[in-house]
Design a protein around this ligand. Structure first.
Ligand code: NDP
Length: 595
């Protein structure tokens, strides 16, 4: 193939850029906001309300009121469960869309496939890529539609789940003094829900104003998610971080603050956004089943499964093949390994060259443009999309400060952010530094779970890794269901994945109720077989990730040896679940005679 670039030179450049950014402390560079900076975790959106502790009992208790928890509630309701309680730390439903209300917030997955239950609610989003507030309103509408507000407990954190061996139910304790009982518990506590701060020396000495993007302080900045940050008109603002969040925030800060310093360690890849209002004629033309068809079509395309048409046709679907590097599907397993790797790499270089050329075309100052160019493979970091971010650096009141050589911001003082020995005096520091990445509260240790005989779930999993059937349940912990990435298959349209999981759990619970079986728990054989399947089919991501620039996708440059995701990909996984349900698989979790 004739190439208009030198692959070897690009490989060397990528290696050199990676080396500049590798830190010896890896993931330990971050601080957990909740534990170390109380105020950064406070809820700016809802006043705290006192209430009496509850000592009642429900049929199903759901931990988490984001889309996973809402979908679990909705799907359970559809199967006829009356008594459902969602417990949520925030003041309302919405999860990530409750907490994140920063200016410019949108979802970069197409709204028609991202927002769940559109047909059930008779709703078509107003924009192709929906603003955060519309998504949050939709989450609340799901809560209302399925009657989930009735028994919900907001501003409540589950402290412990403990199985009662004789009563065969869960005892759920919370930070509000509740001690409730629940027949079944679904844990859907999110994967990017705990904000994190960088461990920058002196961070706690800053005397000006400061907050994390997931707790945006509009009392200070003025304006709202649409911008108009009038409170910043006379303020010098530091924004730390340039990930998917910062890409949306920067244009608004640039427009409204007296001066903005954007502290960048690794530039994001920034592709075309192309948002547009929904065409009413198109919305009218939609026929029943349209959302399922569209979601499944997208899922196939982004995970390398053949599809005859591309219904969504956006930047995600056009870069589909490159995404297999992060979410393995074994879809191209038939092609000889070396040929396949080279083809990937060339396609990747071409895509990244295109994105680097986009930077050059949009940013006037050549030095700034150079610093904004991403030098790594496409799926090493979360791709981003914006038609306004890069141009913001053409403003005289916006300065890009590159921190790659010092592995990030060097120091924070009482009134300044320091990089390369230069003190940038600011009034406000905003952290767009992301979230802890984990599998639910269980693996992070925030939610202790004690099963049969008082067995500690986290301890059980710490020796030899999690052991589950299909990622949902594990032996010794009856009637406990996990939603989220755990020995199952994932994809970028994560709410779709959660919906398939919620549907499965609801059907299993419905079957248990129908047969009056009180304990849902996988047999040892079924669980062992699934763990063996996961390990046997796991795609080898290690080499790709080890060569990536550090970030949360590769555990800050130290990728895990083993992938725990189902190597045949989500389309095959969903099919496997459907077959399991219809072909007698329930026998593996529903022990007859346990009434
Ligand atoms: P990220 O973790 O993606 O980004 C954190 C940023 O902070 C990175 O640029 C990181 O640099 C930088 N950083 C960390 N420590 C330092 C330091 N010491 N000095 C300087 N910079 C530092 O967080 P986001 O909130 O941007 O995004 C999190 C995830 O949320 C996304 O990946 C995506 O999955 C999701 N999201 C989705 C959106 C959507 O539209 N669907 C929109 C926004 C977010 P470095 O890269 O070098 O580590």
């Amino acid at each position: 193939m004739e190439l208009d670039f030198d692959p070897e030179a690009l490989r060397a450049k990528y290696r050199a850029e990676r080396e500049r950014r590798i830190r010896p402390d890896g993931n330990r560079q971050y601080r957990r906001t909740v534990d170390e900076f109380g105020s950064h975790a406070d809820d700016p959106h809802t006043e705290f309300t006192e209430r009496e502790p509850l000592h009642d009992s429900v049929e199903v208790l759901v931990v988490g009121g984001g889309f996973g928890g809402l979908l679990a509630g909705a799907r359970l309701r559809q199967t006829g469960v009356e008594s459902i309680r969602v417990i949520e730390e925030a003041g309302d439903f919405g999860g990530t869309w409750y907490w994140n209300r920063y200016p410019g917030i949108h979802c970069d997955i197409e709204s028609y496939i991202y927002l769940p239950l559109l047909e059930e609610l008779g709703y078509v989003p107003k924009w192709r890529y929906a603003p955060g507030e519309e998504i949050r309103q939709h989450a609340m509408a799901i809560g209302r539609h399925f009657g989930l507000y009735r028994d919900a407990c907001f501003q409540t954190r589950v402290r412990e789940l403990r199985w009662h061996d004789t009563d065969l139910e869960w005892i759920v304790s919370t930070d509000r003094g509740d001690e409730m009982r629940a027949g079944h518990v679904v844990i859907s506590s999110g994967t990017l829900s705990q904000p994190k701060l960088p461990g920058i020396p002196g961070i706690e000495t800053f005397r000006g104003h400061t907050f994390h993007t997931s707790r945006w302080d509009y009392d200070y900045t003025g304006g709202d998610a649409n911008g108009g940050l009038t409170g910043l008109a006379d303020k010098r603002v530091a924004l730390i971080g340039t990930g998917a969040t910062a890409i949306q925030v920067v244009p608004h800060l640039g427009a409204d603050a007296a001066h903005v310093y954007v502290f960048q360690r690794t530039p994001s890849s920034v592709d075309v956004r192309g948002n547009r209002p929904t065409d009413p004629g198109w919305a009218e033309s939609l026929r029943p089943g349209w959302q399922r068809r569209r979601r499944e079509n997208f899922l196939k395309i982004v995970t390398g499964v053949r599809a005859d048409e591309d219904l969504v046709d956006d930047a995600w679907t056009s870069t589909a093949r490159l995404q297999e590097k992060l979410i393995p599907t074994n879809a191209y397993a038939g092609v000889p390994a070396e040929e396949r790797e080279l083809a990937y790499e060339i396609a990747d270089f071409q895509k990244m060259n295109e994105l680097r050329a986009r930077v050059e075309a949009m940013v006037e100052d050549p030095e700034t443009a150079e610093r904004l160019k991403p030098w790594y493979r496409y799926m090493c970091k979360r791709p981003t999309f914006s038609d306004t971010y890069l141009q913001t650096f053409n403003r005289p009141d916006v300065t890009l400060v590159d921190t790659a050589d010092s592995h990030g911001v060097e120091r924070i003082t009482e009134n300044a952010v320091v990089v390369g020995g230069v003190e940038y005096e600011v009034d406000c520091v905003i952290f767009a530094t992301g979230f802890e990445v984990g599998v639910s509260g269980v693996l992070s240790g925030r939610l202790p779970v004690y099963g049969r005989g008082g067995a500690d779930l986290l301890r059980t999993w710490m020796s030899g890794g999690p052991r589950t059937l299909h990622g949902f349940y594990c032996q010794g912990f009856p009637n406990l269901f996990h939603l989220g990435p755990l020995q199952n298959a994932s994809a970028v349209n994560y709410v779709h994945i959660l919906d398939e999981q919620a549907t499965h759990v609801a059907e299993v619970v419905a079957e248990a109720r129908k047969r009056q079986i009180r304990c849902v728990e996988p047999t040892a054989e079924a669980q062992d077989a699934w763990v063996a399947t996961i390990r046997r089919k796991a795609a080898d991501l290690h080499r790709f990730q080890a060569e990536c620039t550090p970030g949360y996708y590769n555990n800050e440059g130290r990728p895990r040896e083993r992938s725990e995701s189902y190597g045949d990909g989500p389309v095959a996984f969903h099919e496997l679940l459907r077959r399991w349900r219809s072909e007698g698989g329930m026998r593996e979790v529903l022990a007859e005679g346990e009434a």
